[in-house]
Design a binder for this molecule. Structure first.
Ligand code: ZN
Length: 246
């Protein structure tokens, strides 16, 4: 419910705060953190014509809320089958439970970003709590993967003034999304998830999906993994590759 209420306003809020929703936004003045992230192209899906900026030929697949013992391996398998790269926004408390899965994401060539140590709305927490949350989350990911995350996406896509300040102080690049599958829903199907992602899909879109059901409807990650092959097929038909940000 909270996702539904808040998520509707995320794009408008994000733009007003200069938070990137698309790959193209990352090129816009004021939207990119310093140091700037690179778009890393990889895999068999990355075969569109080699001209123009990456944002005009690629989309970014992103997965929030993991790692998850069932959902993460299932998503990694489909990505590997299609040679696609993605960015995973990990939750620190889940990384602490499943450090091997976080390491597996990195070993498979994907990017890990921070989604928080706890999966809680920032508005309910003060500045000191947010600073501690970011620090714990970064440490959990670094301990498990050897990587210090540089990408950040808050739970529900909503920053507080304090949490956005902490993110910027830590030189974390915020990244929201421009397309989503609404795959957290209790009642939906893989076909509907894929349909919401690919309808009107354009180069530069950032696609939000979830490889875990820790904070959403039980078993939702199974529908996400089942939707992925159709999403990959649509990308191939549209000659769009996948990039991760690193
Ligand atoms: Zn989340």
């Amino acid at each position: 419910m909270i996702r539904h209420l808040l998520g509707m306003h995320v794009p408008a809020l994000g733009r007003s705060l200069k938070l990137p929703l698309t790959l193209g936004d990352l090129e816009r003045p004021g939207f990119a953190a310093v140091p700037r992230l690179e778009l890393v192209v990889g895999g068999a899906l990355a075969t569109p014509p080699a001209s123009g900026p990456a944002a005009s030929r690629y989309v970014a697949l992103t997965f929030d809320d993991g790692p998850h013992p069932e959902g993460t391996p299932a998503v990694l398998d489909v990505l590997a089958q299609h040679g696609a790269t993605a960015s995973f926004f990990l939750v620190g408390e889940q990384v602490a439970r499943y450090p091997g899965l976080a390491a597996r994401i990195v070993a498979a060539g994907h990017t890990v970003g921070l989604h928080g140590y706890l999966h809680q709305l920032h508005q309910r927490r003060g500045a000191p709590a947010m600073a501690e949350d970011f620090q714990r989350g970064i440490a959990a990911i670094a301990d498990a993967t050897g990587i210090t995350p540089r990408l950040h996406r808050p739970p529900y896509g909503i920053y507080s003034a304090a949490s956005l300040r902490v993110a910027r102080e830590r030189q974390l690049q915020p990244l929201l999304w421009s397309k989503w599958g609404q795959d957290w829903r209790r009642v939906t199907t893989p076909e509907e998830i894929a349909g919401r992602v690919v309808r009107g899909l354009r180069a530069g879109d950032v696609i939000l999906l979830h490889d875990a059901d820790h904070y959403s409807a039980q078993g939702s990650h199974r529908r996400t993994a089942a939707a992925l092959p159709a999403i990959m097929k649509a990308l191939q038909s549209a000659a769009l590759g996948t990039v991760r940000l690193a």
